[in-house]
Design a protein around this ligand. Sequence first.
Ligand code: S3P
Length: 437
Amino acid sequence: MIEKVTKSNKINSTIRIAGDKSISHRAAILNSMAYGIAEVTNFCVGDDQESVIRCLKALGTKIIHRIDYIDDYPVHFFKIHGNGEKGFQKPKTPLDCGNSGTCMRLISGLVAGQDFNSVLIGDKSLSKRPMNRIATPLLQMGASINSLNKEDVGQITAPFEITGMNLNGINYISPVSSAQVKSCVLIAGTYAENQTIFTEPFKSRDHTERMMKAMGANIKIEDTMTTISKSKLTAQDIVIPSDISSAAFWMVLASCHPNAEIYLPNIGLNPNRTGILEILLEMGADINITNKKTDMGEPRGDITVRSSKLKGITIDKKIIPKIIDEIPVLSLAACFANSETRISDAEELRVKESDRIKSTVLGLSKLGANIKETKDGMVIKPVRKLVGNSVESQGDHRIAMMLGIAGLLAEKETIVNGAEHAKVSYPNFWDEIKNII
Ligand code: S3P
């Protein structure tokens, strides 16, 4: 699918965004493991949401979905019936995780603790992504994992089979800061004898830990180290805040546009996800946050972003896990700054839905950006002006959307090929773009 985008002259919009994808996945998975029934309000929408619900239903979870319209905006409610510790059923078909790495890695932790075999499959992009990062700790805990991918030599990618076992706790020092790996191990840890300790180099998003704590898990969180013991979870209702990673596109648009004001209500403000705000503020953005509150350990608030003059910055190590999904759109912001931006220590971007360093550099270069790929990041020199061209999403939702926003800022027309991939996390993204034009 192709979308054509042209520059908008003036922007004054309120944009409502669906529930946070990461929190939605945890709310569905952890409540399905719990005792009781929970209602999850403002669930995320998109293909990734369908993947996680499909997998949980295949494992025997009863899930009821309804949509209510609040001020004409569709809000998704999911009622999740918990299976308790051992209520899951052996799936009759492979667990199809679609494009979702979070779904595949978290569900792996869940099925590793069951007493049946499960096969996990994904789409072409997900089947290339590294699964050794979860296979290594799960094998140490006692699960058995076999790759079914004939091309795998000394590594594990999807499809693979997990034979659930009685697990044993481990002390695992992860080589990568990854919330997906951490969550996989912590979920398996709720089924394991003895305690499981997970340590990561820098703190990644902690939605799993916060939700487990609210559900009564035996969990201790100390900065980059989390300890969990066998736990019975209690189902908990949650109202999910809107997704800051989706809001990031509009924040960058308003910051770079010469005549813009965008209001984004009820955005998740978990401190491990607000790197986008920290970076934009450091670049000189005009951002105002109001109506702050917290529900189920997850802070949220309304964000207003207005036009500003940005300056370039250096982004490295410690903040990378906090902005991992926002780096493509931050690279776009850097094109409009008045000095150079350097991004390093971001090699994790190479194993996302596409190689996001390459995809970002390719797309923005075609629009006239001065952007160079490095081993672990990018160097972006200011051009302060982009010119429309034909660009490609590389099958990656966040690249498709970043290029759509670039089209609203660029001179002449931008044609985004593979625009349909936005529906993985933001199905009405292109409608919002049309509302703005
Ligand atoms: C996610 C964690 C991040 C992020 C992904 C969602 C999660 O991946 O890129 O979009 O929900 O846990 P890693 O934890 O592997 O970096």
